[in-house]
Design a protein around this ligand. Structure first.
Ligand code: WQD
Length: 334
């Protein structure tokens, strides 16, 4: 039983791969390296003491996909490959629909052709859009406010119809909240190829003195300290949630939509203060204007994941901050 992991050298996928390898799963990884580094392959083999094949390529390459499926007895796919910058999706929606929707359709066509029906999809809380109530549960209306979220929702719609068309499909759509942190080996973590969009990698660069200060995008929100609140989840908790989702689809066909979050919102300032406390580093800040498209607050109801996956996040904000910094230090010294 071999699992294909697309986008396998990326931030979240590489941590899922580490967990699966440590659980003795056989893996094949595919990545086009548009937002990852090939060195992650060797790092994963080192930290798990396991060998596995890596293919450099794109999920839109049907010929390559067929080769991978015929060279390895793939029984399930975890599909992480996709673009994930909200701002970039607004500037170039076609790029996002081609990559995120077109790429998934190509992958599903090859799976169907070769009789592989177990599929885990990397979805996102951005499918919900403006909260009508909080926390978001999986029944919350889905009205994404940017092309990135729309591309994820369109894939979910395709997967729903696919599962309805053929009872052999066993699909889990995992809606991530805000993944942060790094593997305890400090060998893998979040390392965007270009300027980071997200708070934690940006804060790491400020802490590493690669940037002079952190701009806080607005402190006039209706929140306890005026800054935006999010459901930050440790990437290792997220990885373990994927292992539980794999166990679910191996025994239960159909379509399962599940939030992966902690259910606990934290503000920007809380994250910064926690980081400073656990690392002893200081983060110079400037208050800037709100970022277009930002929501004041969003966080998950994690009840369904607890019920259906027997999974819940266990790591703290301090764990997230410390592991991110330990990875950053290791990366800077390598
Ligand atoms: C978090 C908070 C910002 C940077 C994104 C994407 C989506 C999803 C999760 C995958 C907000 C504030 C940020 C900075 C700041 N990932 N901030 N200064 O926007 O919640 O969600 O990641 O699906 O791709 O929507 O994450 O880390 O950008 O922002 O003040 O330099 O930090 O305003 O309140 P976001 P983020």
């Amino acid at each position: 039983m071999t699992i294909l992991i697309t986008g396998g050298l990326g931030f979240i996928a590489s941590h899922a791969a580490a967990s699966l390898l440590e659980s003795n799963q056989e893996l094949v990884l595919l990545d086009n390296l548009c937002n990852s580094q090939e060195s992650v392959h060797q790092k994963l083999e080192k930290l798990t003491d396991r060998k596995f094949p890596f293919y450099r390529g794109d999920v839109r390459d049907k010929k390559l996909l067929r080769k991978i499926f015929s060279d390895h007895s793939i029984t399930a796919v975890m599909h992480f490959a996709g673009l994930k910058s909200v701002a970039e999706s607004v500037k170039d929606p076609l790029l996002y629909f081609d990559n995120n929707v077109g790429g998934t359709i190509t992958l599903l066509e090859v799976m169907q052709e070769l009789g592989v029906y177990q599929f885990i999809f990397s979805s996102s809380a951005t499918v919900y859009g403006v909260p009508e109530y909080l926390p978001y549960d999986e029944s919350h209306p889905t009205k994404p406010i940017n092309p990135y979220g729309q591309s994820k929702l369109q894939v979910e719609a395709i997967l729903k119809d696919l599962a309805a068309s053929d009872s052999r499909w066993a699909i889990a759509c995992l809606r991530y909240f805000n993944p942060v942190g790094a593997h305890p080996s400090h060998l893998i973590g979040e390392l965007p190829n270009d300027q980071p969009n997200n708070l934690m990698p940006f804060m790491m660069q400020v802490a590493a003195k690669q940037r002079p200060f952190l701009t806080v995008f607005g402190n006039d929100y209706e929140t306890a300290d005026g800054t935006g609140e999010r459901d930050y989840i440790h990437v290792m908790d997220l990885a373990e949630g994927h292992e539980k989702a794999l166990a679910l689809i191996q025994k239960t066909p159909g379509m399962h939509i599940i939030n992966l979050g902690t259910g606990k919102p934290h503000s920007v300032l809380e994250l910064v203060r926690t980081f400073e406390k656990v690392t002893g580093e200081s983060i110079p800040m400037q208050i800037g204007k709100r970022r277009d498209g930002d929501l004041p607050v969003y966080y998950a109801s994690a009840d369904k994941a607890k019920d259906v996956l027997q999974w819940q996040a266990t790591r703290t904000l301090a764990d997230m901050c410390l592991s991110s910094w330990q990875f950053q230090l290791q990366h800077l010294s390598s």
